[in-house]
Ligand binder design. Structure first.
Ligand SMILES: NCc1[nH]cc(CCC(=O)O)c1CC(=O)O
Length: 334
């Protein structure tokens, strides 16, 4: 059978969708990419001002609901925490590097960047954690695809002369940008990363580095597609994503500040670290908890335990005043 697999049109989106398609292709199961334009792709201007959640995902999700495509591949971190009833995340494949990446001029790191260095990012979560570490940094709001953002770093084009030209936007005007390692690695641009930022210093967005393969909840996939999806649903990634998204769902109801969260599943234990931070970096609330979760296979009970871990850590943070921190801009760019 051939299936239509929906994707955003960016280089990163089509690369990761092709990765999923290739992984799931068998002798009798193949995939054809269908590119869906989303609001996040056609709107220019700062994402911090665009508002709302899920700007990248909405049109793609609608294409699944309308039956235009059989399945869709998203970056999990672009999906709002609340799952729409018409859709189901059928697979969360093995996760890539979940860390944030500093891509700086001259091999610099967060420790060696000069005082007052100009750092490009539009993510309230990254801004808050950067300023908590280095209040002297000058943050510059940037957006655009991975190539466009990397081209803002001094010397980038000198090192990468076949970089697609980032028409219209400035080049080489920043000391560094912060992006997700996962996206840069998937595009084969890992040489641009000068520091994979330790999650002790900066917690990633909930779901960062993970992909979500979404299908219609009403129309069950046929047997060969269902088998391919089940085979690529990785238990550790599923448990980690469940805890991170439970935390996000709980905090979104009670606090409006930037949120970072990282769950790691190793040796039968699921650990969740999370942070809520004031945008100016002056206050951060960071908590963690671990639960023993020996699993052979994912069941409703293990997923419920992972979800409860997220609720627990979020509740601890609200008790510690996470809901009293000043709000960041409307969400949509983590
Ligand atoms: N918000 C855009 C977005 N959505 C997913 C990724 C990176 C890949 C991933 O986290 O899986 C990015 C770019 C970035 O934050 O650098």
């Amino acid at each position: 059978m051939a299936y239509r697999i929906g994707t955003r049109g960016s280089a990163l989106a089509t690369t990761q969708t092709q990765w999923v398609a290739d992984a799931m292709t068998t002798a009798d199961t193949e995939f054809e990419q269908v590119i869906i334009k989303t609001k996040g792709d056609v709107t220019t201007g700062s994402l911090a001002n665009l508002g709302g959640t899920g700007v990248f995902a909405t049109a793609l999700r609608q294409a699944v609901i309308d039956g235009e495509v059989d399945l869709a591949v998203h970056s999990l971190k672009d999906l709002p925490a609340k799952q729409p009833e018409q859709l189901r995340i059928a697979a969360i494949p093995e996760r890539a590097d979940y860390r944030d990446a500093l891509c700086a001029a001259e091999g610099m790191t967060l420790e060696t960047l000069p005082k007052g260095a100009k750092i490009g990012t539009g993510s309230p979560r990254r801004i808050a954690q950067l300023l908590a570490l280095r209040p002297d940094l000058e943050i510059v709001d940037i957006r655009g695809n991975v190539h466009t953002r990397l081209a803002r770093v001094k010397g980038y084009e000198h090192h990468h002369d076949n970089a697609p030209s980032a028409a219209g936007s400035p080049k080489g005007d920043l000391d560094a940008v912060v992006l997700a390692c996962a996206g840069i690695d998937r595009l084969g641009l890992d040489w641009a990363i000068t520091q994979r930022i330790d999650p002790e210093l900066m917690l990633p967005a909930p779901g960062q580095g993970a992909l979500a393969v979404e299908v219609s909840a009403d129309k069950a996939p046929d047997a060969s597609l269902a088998a391919a999806l089940a085979h690529h649903d990785q238990p550790a990634a599923r448990l980690e994503a469940t805890a991170e998204r439970a935390l996000l769902a709980t905090l979104e109801a009670g606090c409006a500040s930037p949120i970072g969260a990282l769950a790691t599943y190793t040796d039968g234990r699921l650990r969740l670290d999370a942070v809520v931070a004031a945008m100016d970096g002056t206050k951060t609330i960071r908590r963690e908890a671990t639960t023993a979760l020996p699993v052979e296979a994912i069941t409703d009970a293990t997923l419920a335990a992972a979800y409860q871990l997220g609720v627990k850590v979020a509740t601890m943070m609200i008790d510690d005043g996470a809901d009293l921190l000043p709000p960041g801009p409307a969400r949509g760019n983590r």
